[in-house]
Design a protein around this ligand. Structure first.
Ligand SMILES: C[S@@+](CC[C@H](N)C(=O)[O-])C[C@H]1O[C@@H](n2cnc3c(N)ncnc32)[C@H](O)[C@@H]1O
Length: 291
């Protein structure tokens, strides 16, 4: 297989030194908890080169000066550029089967359900949660609230708009497509839009998981925290888990991504199976706020 050539420092459009990369890594780690391995240097270059072009700058040192001067719009663009938003509808389908069983138990008990999707990216995950809720209750007004948050404001804007290329929904069942999406016409041919009734089930908001205060109110019956902790180191994961635990209802479920493990925090969360966690026993007893 032919190896793709990485651009050499001398052939690059912008001057980008290892020291620049190290400063960028430090800034994004301190702001968002995202740990950038040294192998991510080229990724960082290509993602931020666009910003240098927009701002008419020649070097990453000039770009870093903007950030040092607290240029707020640039900070937002910087953070948005360095997040990875990979997601899909019904990603890790076994979680949605587990959620359906959970909702059916709640339905029998006539208890409302509150769900937090804390790294919602461009919306595919929270809309999959909303579809699951509508299907479980057989109505577009299920007693389920879904709060979807992310750090990346451009991902949140895309999520709230709910417009996707048709390929993104190609694997959904035909009846789901009919029930939950509108086909684009005219200039929108080739895209679909999530129906208003489904969009209205999800509230989008910006939350940085690294912040000490989160503008969300628990207890949540389910927290979907999937494929975001992989970007954090263990101490950061621990801090986030310490803040998540008091927000989970006593019999609530925490859903993690397929390659994530919270076993290092077994005092907080116990594995229930297949990357689904519940509160560890001692905390359940102590969680006065939990249901
Ligand atoms: C790979 S996506 C995962 C999306 C979805 N949860 C899934 O599993 O398909 C990771 C998301 O985490 C978000 N993210 C990264 N750091 C964050 C932070 N400190 N606070 C909140 N969200 C963050 C990114 O913006 C991105 O949208």
């Amino acid at each position: 297989m032919q190896q793709q050539q990485q651009p050499q420092e001398s052939t690059r459009e912008f001057i980008f030194t290892t020291a620049d990369f190290q400063r960028i890594s430090k800034l994004i780690y301190e702001h968002a908890g995202i740990s950038l391995a040294p192998t991510k240097q080229e990724m960082v270059y290509s993602r931020l080169a666009r910003r240098l072009r927009v701002r008419g700058l020649a070097t990453f040192a000039d770009y870093l000066s903007l950030l040092d001067n607290r240029d707020e719009p640039e900070w937002e663009a910087f953070v948005n550029a360095l997040t990875t938003n990979l997601t899909s509808f019904f990603r890790e389908p076994h979680h949605f089967a587990e959620l359906t069983r959970f909702l059916e138990r709640r339905k029998r008990a006539q208890q409302p359900v509150s769900i937090w999707c804390c790294a919602s990216s461009t919306g595919e995950e929270p809309y999959s949660l909303a579809m699951t809720a509508v299907e479980a209750y057989g109505t577009f007004t299920p007693p389920v609230t879904i709060v979807a948050t992310d750090l990346d404001t451009s991902a949140l804007d895309k999520a709230a708009a709910g417009i996707y290329a048709e390929e993104r929904v190609a694997k959904l069942r035909h009846d789901q497509l009919q029930r939950f999406f509108l086909k684009g016409t005219g200039s929108r041919v080739g895209s679909v839009r999530v129906r208003k009734e489904l969009r209205e089930l999800v509230t989008f908001r910006q939350v940085n998981l690294l912040d000490t205060q989160w503008p969300v109110r628990g207890p949540f019956d389910a927290i979907f925290c999937r494929n975001v902790m992989i970007y954090f180191d263990k101490p950061t994961q621990r801090k986030v888990l310490e803040k998540l635990a008091p927000l989970l209802a006593r019999d609530g479920l925490l859903f993690a991504g397929h390659s994530e493990s919270f076993l290092h925090s077994a005092d907080l969360f116990r594995l229930r199976g297949n990357t689904v966690y519940e509160l560890a026993q001692p905390l359940q007893a102590a969680a006065a706020g939990g249901r």
